[in-house]
Design a protein around this ligand. Sequence first.
Ligand SMILES: [Zn+2]
Length: 500
Amino acid sequence: MQSRRTRKTQNLEILASKVDLNGREVLINGYNARMKHPQRSRPDQPTVTFLGATQSVSGSMHLLEVGPYRFLLDCGLHRGPRDEARALNARFPFDPASIDAIFLSHAHMDHCGNIPNLVRQGFSGTIYCTHATRDLIEVMLQDSARIQERESEFRGYSRTSSSPLYRMDHVYEAIEYCHGVDYDETVVVNPSVNIRFIDSGHILGSAIVYISIRQADRNYSITFSGDLGRQGVPYLSQPSSLPAADLIICESTYGGKTHESLIGMAEKMSALVTKTVARGGKVLIPAFSLGRTQLVLHYLRVWMASGVLPRLPIYVDSPLAQEIDLVHKKYHADLEPEVTEIPCEWLMSEDDAWYRSTHRDPCILVASGGMCEGGRITQHLKYHIDDPRSTIVLVSYQSPNSLGAQLLTPVPKVFFHGQTWNKWIEVAEVNGFSGHADKNDIDTLLRDAVDSTQQVRLVHGEIPQMTALTAQLQQMGFASVKAPHRNESVVLGAEALKSR
Ligand SMILES: [Zn+2]
């Protein structure tokens, strides 16, 4: 099948000259400089409209308009109650064909998961991301398409609300549009816009996106944090400081919290595992397949090798994490040499998983589904939710409506998989495994930008976290800090003009 992009490439070879923002004729090399919308009204200054992850943590997506050009910062999936999420994901509040390019921060689904739907609805621009992000989204989006097609079959194609958001073909086409770049490489997107990806230390390939803009003889800059990592996480780089800019768009997932220390985490896990083994139970750890699973496995093996934890079999039930593991090995061939003596076994089939879950010997089972909303963990929970000998350790952020949040609530029963269950399993939370910066990390990462930044807009956080971080940043000296609502816009340079 010939993709839209391939067809357009052929057309562009014929139509190889356009006019830039200053009216000069420019030769176009590829897609990037083309003006798709010469008739659209042109705002005098660059404008960002916040379309997702506003006062919430999912569906990261922001629209940047520079004259006639339109760019998306991320294009993620919304999570939440099914019908509500479906409505937010299905339709875009702009014409997808009008988007010139996507600047993608990283490969988590709440940042990239709706790209194939954008493709399905007409997008055929360039997706700029790091090389590792490109490899990871290939795995992640294929998995997402498979899940959607399966769920759709289960619910019945006849209802429009049950049709998948996208299919595998749209994923293949999206991957074809990806343009992988190196960290710290300046990429000329078009005559008005340059971008640079800076390591954010959150997951493999994750990046802060720094955007330089030239419009109407003025220079502007935007720093989009994507998701920021923690200091000192193994086999990831330290998150970089955020460059000062006219506008910093900053995540705030843990903007008001401090993570547990590594020593605290080790002590807590040691106590939980030791008493679970003494009871003859199993330790279940639900973990997102990308990022969290790799980190949890690393620490479990380090702690077993050093005697902090008893040596137990570790089983991993996550086919997706296994594929991601291969991408990790491609970029970090020397990964974890110190812990290879502690094996972990990938469970290859549902029969394997059933056998290991129901076998009576104690073990640690790491399974996909960080909030217990789906993934392999739900199957293991069915076997162990009413077993007081076992323990479930939650290591991820739990959104308010998730099954994980229900488990943490002190109630005797929980509802999932169509029925009510006795909650007799021990439930514990260890939040230090987070891949996100906490309030202290954010303080460190933004400190250098205080003096030369005009505006900060907080995204990707619940309201209490944003409120706490707003106060913290104002105290640090940032003049304009706000948490925008969905569809709210900010005009670059407007604050500076006001204060003149
Ligand atoms: Zn992320």
